[in-house]
Design a binder for this molecule. Structure first.
Ligand SMILES: Cc1cc2nc3c(=O)[nH]c(=O)nc-3n(C[C@H](O)[C@H](O)[C@H](O)COP(=O)(O)OP(=O)(O)OC[C@H]3O[C@@H](n4cnc5c(N)ncnc54)[C@H](O)[C@@H]3O)c2cc1C
Length: 496
């Protein structure tokens, strides 16, 4: 059998491409190397508690907002329960000894911020208008016609986040609050472009939601949509080779030795992994080396904590903690005083809703910390790795107890993951959280196109443009433009 489109990898990007293209009646086959779909949308259970491995909250999901519109068009809204996070305090931010409740809804956000910084009203308004500027010039987010020849749409790629923030205000405390959700994009003052911050920040400022029951429900809904449109989503199918004939992709070889043919291919995996599947000489050496040498974002160390029953109250907000006003330090400074920052959220106990049944705590971790176990696999890394994780878990917990001392007595069991876990479960090099770093010093090099030299092989996923649910959704729409008329798609989404 020959498909219209084969998609390599069932992360959010691959599944979205599959859902869009199958809705256009193309025959689609998504191939996933693991036994479950979703990549960073996967969840797992410990002692009956469901834990997200990656994505845990998202913005732009109010009815008139962009993610809602795309999900409504695809039929996701009818299948997944998105739970709104309290608009009066979607994020609780701790910076040193100070505490801020961040509201959402643009006007609400602005009002709250001005109440903390009344002398900075103009600066806050200026900041919000700069977020708007970037948002408004991104056609997909506004369901506006895309003109691929209009390069003015890209002239913001080289604006640096730190320079824009420094140009807005001299108030160090305000700067820290503006940057407080750095955990969502691992910002680095020497690299991060303003647009990465602007799009993510604006999306979460519009509205804030989580998926009731776990992020894998989004992956499962997309899989179901593809299957209802007569597509296939096959697990335990690791693609090991993309077969090219006369600069055209013709098939993929799977680890079980099967060959799957298609007219077009979309790769949802890291571009350096995609390149490894293609015979030498097809892509230019310079391109292959460039991709190989692009830096990936920092990885994460995550604690998944089962709490004693009815011991700790559920916190409806996300917690962002930074030891100091230097929010950037957690990403790019040395490992002294690790961890310098963390994100924390609790999961509601289904039977006792005012309590939390579990908590997830995420902090950054460099791959070098676990490099000596790089040749090991899950469950077989040895006792010294387990000891390493135990020490790191304790250090992270000790930092959490500084702000939440009651937490200590509520813990039943602690599980943890390191960048190696992510590398092995998603195939992302070095277990990077957000894939290829976008660098304002080198915007065109680090910002990859969905197109490749092979006309019927396209790329999608978080490595291409912006990461996270919003970025990956935009990238999926762009990737489908190799097969369908993207402006017609945007019009269809708009008119649903
Ligand atoms: C700890 C953490 C927390 C996060 N929190 C949030 C959040 O709250 N909100 C948000 O918006 N974003 C969040 N993100 C980011 C978000 O989860 C990712 O940007 C997004 O899920 C990436 O999707 P993707 O399409 O690039 O695919 P990936 O998730 O990278 O999936 C790729 C898939 O391809 C498969 N694959 C790899 N190689 C092969 C092969 N050879 N053959 C077949 N299949 C293969 C993998 O198994 C995987 O299933 C978080 C990320 C992390 C790590």
């Amino acid at each position: 059998m020959k498909y219209d489109i084969v998609i390599i990898g069932s992360g959010l990007g691959g599944l979205l491409c599959g859902a869009i293209l199958s809705k256009y009646s193309y025959s689609v086959c998504v191939l996933e190397k693991h036994s479950v779909v979703g990549g960073n949308l996967q969840t797992f259970y410990r002692k009956d508690c469901c834990f997200n491995t990656g994505m845990h909250y998202m913005g732009s999901l109010d009815k008139e907002q962009i993610l809602y519109k795309v999900f409504d068009y695809l039929g996701v809204i009818d299948r997944v329960e998105f739970e709104k996070i309290d608009s009066e305090c979607s994020d609780k931010v701790f910076i040193g000894d100070k505490e801020y409740s961040i509201a959402n809804g643009i006007e609400n956000y602005k009002k709250r911020l001005i109440s903390y910084f009344p002398d900075e009203k103009n600066q806050i308004e200026n900041y919000l208008s700069k977020l708007d500027e970037i948002w408004n010039k991104t056609p997909i987010l506004n369901l506006k016609k895309i003109n691929f020849n209009d390069y003015s749409q890209n002239n913001h790629l080289e604006n640096s986040l730190i320079e824009v923030i420094d140009s807005i205000t001299n108030n160090q405390e305000l700067k820290s609050v503006l940057l407080s959700n750095n955990g969502l994009y691992a910002g680095n003052p020497n690299k991060t472009p303003f647009y990465i911050h602007a799009l993510i920040k604006k999306s979460f400022t519009q509205s804030s939601y989580r998926i009731k029951g776990g992020s894998d429900l989004l992956a499962k809904a997309l899989k179901k949509i593809i299957e209802e449109n007569k597509g296939n989503v096959l697990v335990n199918k690791e693609v090991i080779k993309i077969n090219i004939d006369k600069f055209k992709a013709v098939s993929v070889t799977v680890s079980d030795n099967s060959t799957i043919y298609a007219d077009s291919f979309i790769s949802n995996i890291h571009p350096s992994q995609t390149n490894k599947m293609i015979d030498d000489g097809i892509f230019r050496k310079a391109y292959v080396n460039r991709i190989k040498n692009l830096e990936n974002s920092i990885g994460s160390f995550v604690l998944y904590i089962v709490l004693k029953k009815k011991s700790y109250r559920h916190i409806s907000s996300n917690i962002f903690f930074s030891k100091s006003k230097d929010i950037w330090a957690a990403v790019y400074k040395d490992n002294d005083e690790w961890p310098k920052a963390y994100m924390l959220y609790t999961n509601q106990d289904k039977n006792n809703q005012e309590y939390a049944e579990s908590a997830t705590i995420i902090t950054f971790m460099k791959f070098e910390e676990v490099e000596k176990w790089r040749n090991t696999s899950v469950g077989k890394r040895g006792n010294d790795y387990l000891e390493f994780k135990k020490n790191k878990s304790q250090k992270l917990l000790d930092t959490v107890y500084l702000k939440f001392p009651d937490f200590k007595n509520c813990i039943d069991t602690v599980y943890s993951s390191s960048p190696l876990t992510y590398r092995d479960y998603t195939g992302i090099p070095q277990g990077s959280m957000y894939g290829i770093i976008k660098d304002y010093n080198n915007p065109l090099n680090s910002h990859l196109s969905t197109f490749t030299r092979i006309k019927n092989l396209n790329l999608t996923g978080q490595n291409i443009g912006v990461h996270g649910i919003l970025g990956v959704t935009m990238n999926a729409i762009l990737s489908c433009s190799s097969v369908i008329d993207i402006n017609e798609l945007l019009e269809n989404i708009k008119n649903k």
